[in-house]
Design a protein around this ligand. Structure first.
Ligand code: FMN
Length: 391
């Protein structure tokens, strides 16, 4: 049904302008700080909500300053600017810049870029650009910049600052709270687990690792049969498609976190594929990963405390690429790198995952079945251990 809209045709002058701003205020934006230098080399900056990514190849960003903006004049002259995407904790900084407070540059930590401009050290992300075009557009301009450097801040950016209806706020990312009681129980179980894992690893000639969820990370609790094991306590983000057994029997909210975290990490998520993957895992009772070439990269990234977001993203992309390539190459059994089996708690949740590898390459059907049966028996033993511990 189409209804007649009551527009703003009859409004005039300042009322119309106010209504325009009110209506625009219904659209949320992020908040960025655009910085550059003036003719004397002094730092200048303005708060901007109209920032946007424009082009990927070549990478370009843009924003729309009012034509009377002094910062616009400086940026045009200097031919260069830096965008710092502000975090929720930067609300006061945004207010200080919007109010042109004299000491505004003293109110943040800065990093000086190679070309001498400033970016906010703990920004969520940043882009340094040369001016490509400045297009006049009514009483504003559209500044298009060629991105020459970009990245995330020093890791303390947190969630982005948002602006809506004339006020600041932030976004609540779906996250899992860490249940310290349960996590502590699982940590205390690890010594008893080690004996069960050792026995299985020896008997079947496999490598195995047990992990659990702690908040939104997967934490390694114990391993056996592995020459160079990922140490106990090492952790990595719980983000699809890794550790699907911890998601397959979980509630809707946890499954959503698992999928959306992969979007946070690599910028995209294939929900239908992941939903089908979880359904497949529930039906089979186990999951498999394909390929082993990413394994070393995985271990070194996970055990590196300094691994940053870019490395984690590259790792997740490699895992997806390897899977996609191998999926096209015939039978999955000839490509299988690991089997992952859930260990259920007394409430039927997959509280641990048992990951078994080192039985390839290309195991025969019999060998695969032998390893899988052993993994299921071991998972049942671990389940019983957990139940005895809880009671
Ligand atoms: C959340 C927020 C978003 C803003 N976005 C814009 C914008 O996109 N374009 C603009 O011209 N001014 C914007 N402003 C206003 C400028 O920050 C402010 O007018 C600033 O002082 C610009 O003037 P100057 O360059 O002359 O210092 C915004 C202000 C706030 C608080």
């Amino acid at each position: 049904m189409i209804s007649t809209s009551s527009g703003s045709g009859r409004l005039a002058g300042s009322t119309r302008s106010q209504w325009w701003r009110t209506v625009l205020g219904e659209y949320p934006t992020g908040v960025v700080l655009v910085t550059s230098t003036d003719a004397d080399g002094a730092h200048v900056g303005m708060v901007v909500g109209t920032f946007s990514a424009v082009s990927e190849d070549p990478p370009m960003v843009g924003f729309m300053p009012t034509s009377t903006s002094r910062t616009l004049g400086h940026i045009t002259r200097r031919g260069r600017f830096v965008v710092s995407v502000l975090g929720a904790h930067h609300e006061q900084l945004a207010r200080d810049f919007a109010a042109s407070r004299k000491d505004r540059f003293q109110r943040a930590e800065w990093v000086t870029t190679e070309s001498g401009l400033l970016r906010v050290a703990d920004a969520v992300s940043w882009y340094e650009s040369s001016v490509d075009q400045v297009v006049e557009a009514g009483d504003h301009a559209i500044v298009l910049g060629r991105v020459e450097g970009f990245g995330v801040g020093n890791g303390n950016g947190g969630l982005p600052l948002l602006y809506l209806k004339g006020g600041y706020g932030t976004f609540t990312a779906p996250s899992l709270r860490l249940d310290f009681g349960r996590f502590g129980d699982r940590m205390r179980l690890t010594d008893s687990m080690a004996a069960v894992l050792e026995e299985y690893a020896k008997r079947c000639g496999v490598e195995c690792t047990v992990s659990t969820l702690a908040g939104d990370s997967v934490v390694v609790l114990a391993s056996a049969g592995v020459a160079d094991p990922v140490p106990r306590g090492a952790s990595f983000p719980w983000a699809a498609p890794l550790s699907p057994v911890l998601a397959a029997w979980a509630g809707d909210e946890q499954r959503k976190v698992w999928m959306e975290r992969s979007r946070h990490l690599v910028g995209k998520v294939d929900r239908p594929r992941l939903t089908a993957l979880l359904e497949g895992v529930r039906n089979c009772g186990y999951a498999v990963s394909l390929g082993t070439s990413v394994r070393d990269q995985f271990a070194s990234t996970v055990t590196n405390p300094d691994a940053d977001r870019a490395e984690l993203m590259a790792l997740w992309v490699s895992i997806e690429d390897e899977r996609a390539t191998l999926e096209k190459q015939g039978s999955w059994r000839s490509q299988v790198g690991s089997i992952q089996v859930p260990v259920f708690d007394t409430e039927g949740r997959a509280s641990l995952e048992l990951v078994v590898g080192g039985f390839g390459p290309a195991p025969s059907r019999e060998r695969f079945e032998e390893v899988l049966d052993g993994a299921r028996e071991t998972a049942a033993l671990l389940s019983a251990l957990g139940a005895a511990f809880e009671s």
